[in-house]
Ligand binder design. Structure first.
Ligand SMILES: Cc1cc2nc3c(=O)[nH]c(=O)nc-3n(C[C@H](O)[C@H](O)[C@H](O)COP(=O)(O)O)c2cc1C
Length: 322
């Protein structure tokens, strides 16, 4: 694989909403362009494409870390006017550097770990390292490790769950992206594989039936409450603005956080319900006195065994050469 394809291969390992992999890349000489693939948007859970751009940001961060480890200096240009709309352009310059490889090595190891964790606390030194991940942007990270701070946030996660699962369109969209069987997951190489959430591989008709009989807001809220209780803490990603650039920067900060956590053997999983549901987002903003700052992502973190990995489409399906 040539170096630029290898860089994109690493970018595609990034976290992304529902594992839709909403990206397209193109390569020309020493430039990589990243564009949203709007055919993979999530109009119900993400009507403004906020999480889609956060996902692109996650891919940008992996791309830069990989490029710097494969002998390039990078320059990122957000939405330049001489490119198609919403393009992120990354210019690569050959460079011999002593890039720090610990984050690079973490790229294929990072995962969203949706299991219960072991409840052990994270050493303060590691928390300080995670908190310090602050790219040169308007994104901030707030960590919560005290149960009295975590409890009200958990209640907002539960309220978000109940509101989302009460919406048939939300459930329909979610099911579209669940890969109930291994063969479905391997055929599409995208989506939320049941295995990654600790479920067995079952035929689609059975998975859908089981889902409709057992999954509801109350159950989901209780499950999430239990999972958060077993975690060492929550991390909230907040930005000053609520625009495409800030969303991409949030994705970059989150991915870097998740990679650093991976090097410390710390797992994470998303609980974005209180941000995805507009009136719960307002409550969260008020509860934390965020003023005009915008909450963007809420994750839990802690120690757990790894879960099966989610799949990615091969590079030739996401890259065009020009
Ligand atoms: C913007 C964004 C939103 C996400 N929201 C959720 C979520 O609400 N629930 C969840 O379980 N995972 C969520 N995830 C995690 C993705 O589902 C996960 O990254 C994707 O399935 C790929 O799996 P991986 O992270 O293990 O590589 C989110 C990820 C991103 C980047």
């Amino acid at each position: 694989m040539n170096k630029q394809l290898e860089i994109i291969h690493n970018a595609s390992f990034a976290a992304n909403g529902h594992n839709t992999q909403p990206w397209k890349f193109s390569i020309s000489q020493n430039t990589i362009r990243l564009l949203p693939d709007y055919s993979r948007r999530l109009p119900v859970v993400d009507p403004d494409d906020r999480e889609l751009f956060i996902s692109l940001g996650c891919a940008v961060e992996n791309l830069i870390i990989a490029a710097e480890n494969l002998g390039y200096m990078t320059e990122v240009q957000y939405f330049p006017k001489d490119e198609p709309i919403d393009c992120i352009r990354i210019n690569l310059k050959p460079f011999t550097s002593n890039a720090d490889e610990h984050l690079y090595k973490a790229i294929p190891v990072r995962q969203s770990t949706r299991s219960e964790y072991d409840g052990n606390p994270i050493p303060n030194a590691d928390l300080r390292q995670l908190e310090k991940i602050k790219p040169k942007s308007d994104v901030y990270i707030q960590l919560f490790t005290d149960s009295k701070d975590i409890k009200p946030l958990t209640e907002l996660v539960m309220e978000g769950n109940i509101k989302q699962y009460d919406d048939d369109k939300f459930l329909e969209e979610l099911q579209t992206w669940i890969r109930f069987s291994d063969s479905e997951a391997i055929r599409t190489m995208d989506g939320l594989s049941g295995r990654c959430s600790g479920n067995p591989s079952v035929p689609r008709w059975f998975g859908k039936l089981f889902f409709s009989l057992t999954v509801n807001g109350k159950n989901q809220a209780k499950t999430d409450q239990k999972k958060i209780r077993t975690s060492s803490g929550l991390a909230l990603f907040i930005s000053e603005k609520d625009d495409k650039r800030s969303w991409v920067e949030t994705g970059r900060a989150f991915e870097r956080f998740a990679l650093l956590a991976t090097t410390l053997n710390i797992k994470n999983a998303h609980h974005n319900q209180p941000i995805e549901v507009p009136d719960v987002r307002n409550q969260l903003t008020g509860h934390l006195n965020l003023g005009s700052m915008k909450p963007q992502l809420l994750i839990r973190f802690g120690y757990a065994k790894p879960m099966p990995y989610s799949l990615r489409r091969p590079v030739d399906k996401i890259v065009t050469m020009s």
